[in-house]
Design a binder for this molecule. Sequence first.
Ligand SMILES: Cc1cc2nc3c(=O)[nH]c(=O)nc-3n(C[C@H](O)[C@H](O)[C@H](O)COP(=O)(O)O)c2cc1C
Length: 164
Amino acid sequence: MEKIGIFYGTTTGHTQEIAETIASKLENCELIDVASASKEDIAKYTNLILAASTYGDGDLQSDWEDFAGNLSEDDFSGKIVAIVGLGDQDGYSDSFCDSIGILAELAKKATIIGKTKNENYDFQVSKGLVGDEFLGLAIDEDNQSDLTESRLNAWITDIKTKFK
Ligand SMILES: Cc1cc2nc3c(=O)[nH]c(=O)nc-3n(C[C@H](O)[C@H](O)[C@H](O)COP(=O)(O)O)c2cc1C
């Protein structure tokens, strides 16, 4: 498998922890904090994991929002992209893990892998959801941290067969 670039943005550290856990479970990963990343960093990888929490009422985490402003859809053309979103389904039930949907829209020219079923969550609305499927993996460290490890393990088993 070619190198995987894990691009993460974090405000209170949850997404960084998840990104580091993914890197420890998958071989050949490089961790990149989007707070100090550039467009050229994306160009270095065919295999990408994009990891972002949601803030405001359905906005990308602020470093990710700044970084995304420098990117265009064409930057993802020909890439294989897996998305992980962090959110709080209890506090923000109408915008749970919207980051997944925002990143999927940005990366729509890529092949998006790692979609997951909407199972064992309890929320109203998410931009990350299409039908009964998230366009990535939704992690809720605020309310369901006990489910994080099994969710990550199942997701990693799936995505590692799909990267180049
Ligand atoms: C002011 C504020 C707004 C938030 N807005 C949302 C939201 O709209 N949707 C959501 O799913 N989570 C929301 N969250 C929850 C965070 O995304 C969640 O705590 C996440 O784990 C933080 O990850 P980070 O530490 O990597 O930034 C919000 C949290 C705060 C403090």
